[in-house]
Structure formats: structure tokens, C-alpha cells
Write a protein that binds this ligand. Structure first.
Ligand SMILES: [Ca+2]
Ligand SMILES: [Ca+2]
Length: 96
């Protein structure tokens, strides 16, 4: 091994958890963030109503599973997760 800097180009990388569920990744200014803030489904660093809408879309099957959307940790994404994200966005509960 040689000390120094190596350039790595990655494309179409899918990161999965131990159960082969996709884990979200975000590339931002040279950093790769694996996973995301619990409930932050659009990766903007905040839990908002937009994230609740995404959770509902996942629950309805129109988006792929995202472990960050399973805020009650039961292994599936349902409207309950969306409701909890909505409540967290309103500051009523703390999730994860
Ligand atoms: Ca968000
Ligand atoms: Ca859940």
C-alpha cells in the first residue's frame, strides 16, 4: 500500500443493510453519507411534512423501501410511520 490520495469514482451504488434492504446514500461535496437522519427521507437534514409525504408514498408502494422511513422500527413502512414523521415535524414527538 502506498500513502497518498486515490480517486475513487462510484456510480450506481446501492448500499444495503443486513437484510438486503436499501439504505439511502447522499453524495455531497465529496462526502458520501450512508444512511440518513431518521425520518429525513429527502436528505435535506430536517424532518418536515415533505418527509411525511414521502413516507406515505413508500407505504402506498409508489416508492421503494427506505429504512429511514421506518421510524417505529417494525421493519415495514406504513401510514403510522408517516404520522409519526408528521408529528416529529410539528415538534410533538421525538422519533428514533
Ligand atoms: Ca427532510
Ligand atoms: Ca414502521
Amino acid at each position: 500500500m502506498v500513502d497518498g490520495t486515490s480517486r475513487i469514482n462510484l456510480s450506481n451504488v446501492i448500499v444495503g443493510d443486513i437484510n438486503a434492504n436499501a439504505v439511502s446514500t447522499t453524495v455531497n461535496n465529496g462526502s458520501i453519507i450512508i444512511g440518513s437522519l431518521c425520518g429525513d427521507l429527502n436528505g435535506d437534514g430536517n424532518v418536515t411534512t415533505a418527509d411525511a409525504v414521502i413516507a406515505l408514498e413508500i407505504a402506498a408502494g409508489s416508492r421503494p423501501f427506505d429504512a429511514a422511513a421506518d421510524v417505529n422500527g417494525d421493519g415495514i413502512v406504513t401510514s403510522l410511520d408517516a404520522l409519526m414523521i408528521l408529528q416529529a415535524a410539528a415538534g410533538q414527538i421525538v422519533i428514533c
